[in-house]
Design a binder for this molecule. Structure first.
Ligand code: PAF
Length: 265
């Protein structure tokens, strides 16, 4: 019997439920984990205020017929305490972009995902592409450690106005919620320019950041990278991804868009 794992931190939205539906299609049983992983939150981040909505999450999982729910306590996952916990580090890839502004974040992610894999022994695991860097970090970890789990990425689930679905969208106030879709619109504009042959990526990034600032965002990064490994593209690279993280009030939004460029040769 095959098992699909959908790891989450709860506060489930329609995007998570799509991951569960995909997990159910791909395996005989779909196991969902809910664990707000303290190891992936930095100092001053939203660990304490991260929405914990267990009953509502459980009901949503019942409605989509998830087969199993595992919601361990911090003590179950880190019985020796957090500071003594053995960690999994995916170097380089973890230090870029989100990793540059959230020091230690991807060590926390890789460690907990590796541990959940060992606890649940799934055949495959499903992750959303909204967290594109996280998906690549997990794929690299699985390859480097020869973990017997197939990693399945799923296209970003979006609200009707284009905003990527995220548990943190609930932090946005009404005015911010109206502005928020402009992040995706900006990514689309950049992607369209690249697809049309624009190859001055620096100036695309600079003007996108200015557009975001003018809309009220505080960009953390806005960068066009090689889709395979998030390195700066070389002239022959065509498979690219535009990635952004930007603050809107107290909410840090991330999003990305894949694009095939015209050859820069
Ligand atoms: O994407 C998330 O919700 C988390 O980073 C994950 C993969 C569940 C690990 O805690």
């Amino acid at each position: 019997m095959s098992i699909a794992l959908v790891p989450t931190m709860g506060n489930l939205h329609a995007g998570h439920l799509e991951l569960v539906r995909l997990g159910r299609r791909l395996a005989d049983r779909c196991l969902v984990t809910i664990f707000v992983n303290p190891l992936q939150f930095g100092e001053g981040e939203d660990l304490a205020s991260y929405p914990r909505t267990f009953e509502a999450d459980r009901d949503k999982l019942r409605a989509v017929e998830a087969d199993m729910l595992f919601a361990p306590s911090v003590e179950e996952v880190y019985p020796n305490g957090r500071s003594a916990q053995t960690r999994v580090e995916v170097p380089e890839l973890s230090d870029l972009l989100c990793g540059a502004s959230r020091s230690g974040h991807f060590v926390g992610v890789a460690t907990v995902v590796c541990k959940l894999f060992n606890m649940a022994q799934p055949d495959l695991a499903v992750f959303g592409e909204k967290d594109y860097q996280q998906l690549l970090v997990i794929r690299r970890m699985v390859a480097d450690l020869a973990l017997p789990v197939k990693i399945v990425g799923m296209a970003t689930a979006r609200e009707p106005d284009g905003l990527a679905r995220s548990s943190r969208n609930s932090y946005l106030n009404k005015a911010e919620r109206e502005i928020a879709p402009r992040l995706y619109q900006t990514l689309q504009n950049t992607a369209q320019a690249i697809a049309a042959g624009e190859n001055d990526l620096d100036s695309l990034e600079t003007s996108a950041q200015a557009t975001l600032r003018a809309s009220g965002f505080r960009p953390d990064y806005y960068s066009v990278r090689r889709a395979a490994d998030l390195m700066p593209p070389e002239s022959a690279d065509r498979e690219l991804v535009v990635l952004a993280a930007a603050w809107l009030g107290r909410t840090r939004l991330i999003d990305n868009l894949r694009v095939t460029g015209k050859s820069m040769d």
